[in-house]
Every structure is written in structure tokens, then in C-alpha cells.
Design a protein around this ligand. Structure first.
Ligand code: UAG
Ligand code: ATP
Ligand code: API
Ligand code: MG
Length: 488
């Protein structure tokens, strides 16, 4: 049991307030339980202030709001409920990140992949680690469903508290630019913060590349001395121009990684054999050979980011080498689909021009025959990336099939027209139905050819309007091979 004054810094409160004992924190009126504290959040669809009375009817002891709401319970007025909620959650759960070391990863692409590499390395030394990201949250081997890449603060701090209770020593997490901008991670004590890369995404939300970058910068500007008095570390991709900004906004020591020798940590002699990559790793403390089961230059960066983060976390070189070697493939990231077909079929999560460029190039390099790219762009997301993704796919493939990828509330045909504007030639087809688009590519591809199906990766659904329908690129591709064999 805690009092409101125990969890809300007084400086954030605007007017006098009546203290209350509270047992739980809520941002959804429908989930409020007796003696809960309800935070009114203005969302994109509705305004939480309109649900304050429902929250009180459900037993809320008090309400935290940005403006007056007419309810039979004390109302505490604050400037920004979402940010106050983040601090309150950290206090409510008694600062879990004091005990759980948090490694935060931000950047446009590579967060999920890098976090899994870090997890694999940490598991060499720790029996139970935590992970929070796009696909799920994990406490040891227990997987917990999440909605967002970086959950809202209440869910996030609850996850950290669960980790602390289960004696998790370290947690690696993806920190999205949305989360940084909305303050979901305020109060989180990051020990190591990692930057992967910056390229275009989410301009619908951030407005410009500069404010997108600045949002990511919040991870580095909020780094400082940890509760334990230890220094935090900023791990930066020294080959990416945005790192100069992150270095400028942080006060903590910086460790850089990349392919150029100017970096503290860099790779040399990169080699690919079968499904494995190896390189010579150079660090200020010595050199060693590493090997891991991922392909592509972009994954060299992800491996280096994971290595640098683990060096910052004092993990031994032996564990780093072994952890990378034993790293499992990440679901839906350059995942090969095997259904006995003659062609190579790869499912990937590239959903930005930068991500797609890397992955199409990697597919091109490993393809002797023709490369077929099946791509789409999400609805209710950055519109500017649509023609750019089409252009990038056209540049490196022999044929592009444009199709739907979570059109959400938008007209799928209009999304496809916006993508089509990016083509300069005519080696493409437009097949709105994703299943048919995949079937078409599988039908066209023969021995030596590759079909790259990008955009949905691990997703097992297609969001059309407000319906979430089952859809898994891997299953559909397998079924397409089966149908194709039957017809032949
Ligand atoms: C734009 C955005 O970030 N939206 C998030 C937001 O939802 P919303 O704004 O639609 O909320 P809303 O439905 O309008 O409701 C407003 C408030 O009223 C409350 N409410 C609502 C109804 C009711 O009856 N009672 C009630 O109290 C809601 O609980 C909420 O507190 O709050 C939800 C709960 O935390 C989030 O799940 C949701 O993320 C949605 C799913 C989303 O798509 N977010 C994306 C843009 C996002 O955050 N992406 C990033 C980056 C991904 C990447 O890596 O590229 C991420 O971290 O996931
Ligand atoms: N370091 C990288 N540089 C460029 N592209 C990358 C890199 N790593 C992965 N990609 C591409 O981006 C896709 C998504 O990778 P991943 O899921 O690791 O990124 P993410 O940052 O977690 O994405 P999200 O923003 O959706 O959480 C991959 O499928 C691949 O195509
Ligand atoms: N985290 C990204 C994932 C995009 C995946 C793609 N399949 C889409 O729906 O646009 C986003 O929410 O923008
Ligand atoms: Mg991710």
C-alpha cells in the first residue's frame, strides 16, 4: 500500500491535493480496481479524461488529470499525465531498474535483432535475463505478450518489477522513438544505451528527420550516474552521421563501433559461408575471431552493436564469442522458408527504405538467378517512405510485386498507387491480395532465383480496417509452393 504523495513528485503537481492510499495504477478506466489510481491520457482515438467518471465508478481512489474532471474523488492536476505516470510507476514499484541492469537499444533498424544477440551473449553468464521488444517481453524463457515495441510505462515498470522478483540481473530492451517522445521510459535507469542507425521512418509522428533524431537523442541525454553510482555508457555506431549528435547530448563515456578503423570496436575480414558470417573483431583491449548465424553487412553492424553493449556491461570476451556463435536466428528476420522448392524463399521484416535497401542488396548478392521482391507499406504510417521503398526494391531486384501490408484504416489501392510513383521502369506487378502476390512470386521463381517477401516478418496477422485477420507470410509461402507443385 502506498500514498499518492509517495509516488508523485510534488513539483509535478499544480494545485492542492488530497492524499489517498492506493493499491494499483491504471490508464484504462475499464481495468480500474478498488483503490486504484487513474491517469487520464489524451490518446489518438479518445481522451482518457472522458472516462474519469467510469474509473471512479470502478473504484478509483483518485484521478490524475491535465484539466478539471467532474468526479466524486480527488483530482490531482498535472501538466503532462503521461510523463507523471512514468515517474509514478517507477516509484510505485520501488525503482526496479535499481536492481535490474537495463540495456536500451534505439535506432531505425536492427533493434530487435541486436537485442536478441545481446540476450544470447548475456545468457552465457546469467541463468535468467529479461528482454522487451517488438515481438514479446521475456523473463528468462517465459514469454509475455506485448502490444508495443516499448510498452507504456505502467506495463514497463510492472515487467521490470517481475524481473526483479525473479532475480533477473540484466534486461535488454528496444526503445522506440515514440516511447522516448511520449516519455514511456522516464524513470528507467539505463546502464548502457545503444544506437544502431538512423534512416527514414515515422515521419507521420515526428514530422521531420531532425525531430525524429532528437527523440532518439533523449535516450542519450537522460543517461547519467546509476543508482549504484556506476557510470553508464553510450554505445554509438561511429559510421552513422547521427552519432555525433548523440555524443554531443550525452555526458557519459562513449564507445563507438563500426566497420571503419576509427571506431573503438570494429570488424575486419568479413566472411560468409553458408548461413554463417565470421569476422576479426578488434577492440582497444585485443582482437579475436567471431562467428554467428546471420547474413548481410547490416547484421555485422548488429553483431558489433551487441558486442560493444556487452563489453560496456563487463561481459567476458569468451562469453561474447560463445553467445554469438550460439545465437538463434530471429523470427521473421531474413528467415528462409523451406518447402522443398527449387528457389530460395526469404521472409524479412524490412519496413523502411533503409532496411529494405540492406536486405534487398544482401538477397541480390546471394542470388545467381532472378530476384523477386514482394513488398508493401503499412497504412496509417509514414506516407513518404512508400515511393522510396518501391524505388529501392526496383534498384536491386529483377521484378517487384507490390502488395498490401497492414492497410489499417487506409484504402489499400491508394497506398499501392503511392508506392508505384517511386518506380522508374516497368518491371513490376501490383497484386493487392497478399496471398496472391506471394503465390505469383513463388510461381515465377525457379532454381537459382530468390523470392524476398518483406515487411511483415514475424507478424501473424494482416490488419485491414479495424479487423486483425490471421496471415503469416511463411505459412502462405509454404502453401504457395504446395499449390505450385500440384499445378506442375
Ligand atoms: C499512437 C500511439 O502510440 N498509440 C498508443 C496509445 O493508444 P491511443 O492513443 O490510440 O489510445 P486511445 O485509444 O486514444 O485511448 C486514450 C486513453 O484513453 C483510455 N481509455 C480508452 C477507452 C476507454 O473506454 N477507457 C479509457 O480509459 C486508454 O486506455 C488510453 O489511456 O496508447 C496505447 C496503450 O499504451 C498504445 O498501445 C498505442 O500504441 C498503438 C498500438 C501504436 O500503434 N503505437 C505505435 C505508433 C507505437 O508506439 N510504435 C512504437 C514504435 C514501433 C517501432 O519500433 O517502429 C512502439 O514502441 O511500439
Ligand atoms: N543494422 C541494420 N541496418 C539496416 N537494416 C537493418 C539492420 N538490421 C536489420 N535491418 C533490416 O530491418 C528489418 C527489421 O529489423 P529489426 O526487427 O531488427 O529492426 P527494429 O529496429 O527492431 O524494427 P522495429 O522498428 O520494427 O522495432 C530487418 O528485417 C532487416 O531487413
Ligand atoms: N513497428 C513498425 C512495424 C511496421 C511493420 C509493417 N508490417 C507495418 O505494419 O507497417 C510500425 O509499427 O510502424
Ligand atoms: Mg523491433
Amino acid at each position: 500500500m502506498k500514498y499518492i504523495t509517495d509516488i508523485i513528485p510534488s513539483i509535478m503537481v499544480r494545485l492542492e491535493r488530497e492524499d489517498k492510499e492506493i493499491e494499483s495504477l491504471h490508464m484504462d478506466s475499464r481495468e480500474v480496481t478498488p483503490n486504484g489510481l487513474f491517469f487520464c491520457i489524451e490518446g489518438t482515438k479518445v481522451d482518457g479524461h472522458d472516462f474519469a467518471s467510469q474509473a471512479v465508478n470502478n473504484g478509483a481512489a483518485a484521478v490524475i488529470a491535465e484539466r478539471h474532471v467532474d468526479v466524486e474523488a480527488p483530482v490531482w492536476l498535472v501538466k503532462d499525465t503521461q510523463k507523471v505516470m512514468a515517474y509514478a510507476a517507477d516509484h510505485f514499484y520501488d525503482h526496479p531498474t535499481k536492481d535490474v541492469r537495463v540495456i536500451g537499444i534505439t535506432g531505425t533498424n536492427g533493434k530487435t535483432t541486436t537485442s536478441h544477440l545481446v540476450e544470447s551473449i548475456l545468457n552465457e553468464e546469467q541463468t535468467k535475463t529479461g528482454l522487451i521488444g517488438t515481438m514479446y517481453a521475456k523473463i528468462g524463457s517465459e514469454s509475455i505478450e506485448t502490444n508495443n515495441t516499448t510498452p507504456e510505462s505502467l506495463e514497463l515498470q510492472q515487467l521490470f518489477a517481475g524481473m526483479r522478483d525473479k532475480e533477473v540481473k540484466s534486461c535488454v530492451m528496444e526503445v522506440s522513438s515514440h516511447a522516448l517522445q511520449m516519455g514511456r521510459v522516464r524513470g528507467v535507469q539505463f546502464r548502457t544505451a545503444v544506437f544502431t542507425n538512423l534512416s527514414q521512418d515515422h515521419l507521420d509522428y515526428h514530422g521531420s528527420m531532425e525531430s525524429y533524431r532528437n527523440a532518439k537523442g533523449l535516450l542519450f541525454s537522460q543517461l547519467g550516474n546509476s543508482f549504484a553510482g556506476e557510470l553508464s555508457t553510450a554505445v554509438l555506431n561511429g559510421d552513422d552521421a547521427a552519432s555525433a549528435y548523440f555524443e554531443a547530448v550525452t555526458t557519459v563515456p562513449v564507445l563507438t563501433y563500426g566497420l571503419s578503423e576509427n571506431n573503438d570496436i570494429y570488424a575486419e575480414n568479413i566472411n560468409t559461408t553458408g548461413s554463417k558470417t565470421s569476422f576479426t573483431l578488434h577492440t582497444p583491449w585485443g582482437s579475436t575471431e567471431v562467428e554467428y548465424p546471420l547474413l548481410g553487412k547490416f547484421n555485422v553492424y548488429n553483431a558489433l552493436a551487441a558486442i560493444a553493449a556487452c563489453i560496456a556491461e563487463n561481459v567476458s570476451v569468451t562469453s561474447i564469442v560463445d553467445g554469438l556463435k550460439h545465437a538463434p536466428g530471429v523470427s521473421g528476420r531474413f528467415e528462409a522458408v523451406e518447402a522443398g522448392q527449387e528457389s530460395t524463399i526469404v521472409v524479412d521484416y524490412a519496413h523502411t527504405p533503409g532496411g529494405l535497401e540492406n536486405v534487398v542488396q544482401t538477397a541480390r548478392e546471394m542470388t545467381e538467378g532472378r530476384l523477386y521482391a514482394v513488398i508493401g507499406c503499412g497504412g496509417d504510417r509514414d506516407k513518404e517512405k512508400r515511393p522510396k521503398m518501391a524505388a529501392v526494391a526496383e534498384k536491386f531486384s529483377d521484378m517487384v510485386i507490390l502488395t498490401s501490408d497492414n492497410p489499417r484504416s487506409e484504402d489499400p489501392v491508394s497506398i499501392l498507387e503511392q508506392m508505384e510513383a517511386g518506380f522508374t521502369g516497368n518491371t513490376y506487378e501490383i497484386i493487392e491480395d497478399r496471398e496472391k502476390a506471394i503465390e505469383r512470386a513463388v510461381f515465377l521463381a525457379g532454381a537459382g532465383d530468390t523470392v524476398l517477401i518483406a515487411g511483415k516478418g514475424h507478424e501473424t496477422y494482416q490488419i485491414v480496417g479495424d479487423q486483425t485477420l490471421p496471415f503469416d507470410d511463411r505459412k502462405v509461402a509454404k502453401e504457395a509452393v504446395r499449390k505450385n507443385n500440384k499445378q506442375a
